[in-house]
Design a binder for this molecule. Sequence first.
Ligand SMILES: [Zn+2]
Length: 395
Amino acid sequence: MRSNIKLGRISGVEIGLHYSWFIIAALIVFSLGEHFRQANPNWSPAQIWISALLTGALFFVTLLLHELAHSLVAQHRGLKVTAITLFALGGVSQIQDDATDAKTEFWVAIAGPVASLIIGLSCLGIALGLRWQPSTEPHIAVTGVLVWLGYINIALAAFNMIPGFPLDGGRVLRAIIWAITKNADRSTRIAARIGQVVAFLFILDGIWQFFSGAGFGGLWIAFIGWFLMDAAKASYAEVEITAAFRGVRVSDVMARDCAMVSPRISLQDFINTYLLRAGERCFAVEDQGRLVGLITPRDVGAIPRERWDKTTVREAMRPLQELHIITPDTPVLDALKLVASNDVNQLPVVANGALQGMVSRSQLVQLLQARSELRLPAAYYPSLPRNGKEASSSA
Ligand SMILES: [Zn+2]
C-alpha cells in the first residue's frame, strides 16, 4: 500500500493518504449527516453538516493516532518506520524490519488497539462530563460528535483485536505463540492459519447476513473477510519465502553462465550469434572487462526490425547506471525485494566493476518451486561451496 497524497512527517514517519481513503471519508460524512439529521430533527442543516464534517475529520485524526502508537512503539524498540498510509479499510504502518523478538512484536501490535481504546473511553468520559446520559441520543452537537467518536474508537480497538493475522490481534496472538514455542516462523504459520479461519467465518457471516436481509452491511462484512483471507495467505507465503532464503547469499544462487557481448556489434549480429542460440539466458555487455550494461530480448524488441543491422548493442542496451546492481554478498531476500519493488527481471551481480553472475526473477521462483517439490523443511539449506575469490574478498 503506497500513499498517493503526502501530508507531512511526524517523528520522521511520512504520513500519506491512498485515494481509496476519500471514498470511505465521503461515506462516513454522509452517513453521519444522515444519522445526526434523524437523531436531532431540530438541528439546522449547517449544524448537521458541520458536525458530520468535524466528526469525520476527528475520526481521521484518531485513526492516525492508532497508527502512530504502533509506529512510535516500534521506533522506541529500535525498528525503522518509514510511512503511515490511510486507506479505505483503516491505516497501515510501514515498519521496515520485522520484530526480532516476541516482546517487541507484542508491544508494537497492542499499542494501536490500546490507543484506540483510551481515545474511545476518553471521548465517552468527556461526553458524560457534559451531562450525556448513556443509552440516550445526545442533543447537543459537541456530545453528539464525542459519543460517535467514543463508540467508533472502542469498536476499532475491538475489531483490530480479532485474532486474524495480520490484524493487530493476530499479531498479538503470534507474539504469544512465539514466546511459547520460541519459533518465529512457526508462530507466523499458526497465526496466519487462524487468520484464514477467522476470515472464512467473516465471509460466511457476511453472506448469511446478506441473505437474511442485512443488505449492504452483510456484503461489507464478507468483503472485509475476503480482504483478511488475502492478507493471511500473503503472510503465510511470505514466511515460507523468508524461511527458504534466510541466510542464503546471492553468490549461492546466481547464474554464472552469462554470455559477454561487445557493445560495438550490431543488433542483427547479436541476434544471430547469441540470442537465437540455445542455453544462454542472460547477456552482459562488457567493454574491456568492465560491465557497461545489459541487453535482453525485450530491449531488442523495442527497436524496429529494419534498424537491427544499423543499431549497435550499446544503443539498444540498458546502461549500467539504469540497472539495480547487487554484490555476491547481498542476501537473496534483499535481491527478491529489489526485483519485486522495482519490477525488474534481472539483477546483475557485480564485484569490483566486473560481472560475477546474474540473478533473475524466474530463477528465484524456480528455486522456490524446487524446494516445495522436494518438500524440504523450511530451515534446510545446504552449506553451498563458495569459490575462493569470494571467500577472500569477504574476509
Ligand atoms: Zn493497528
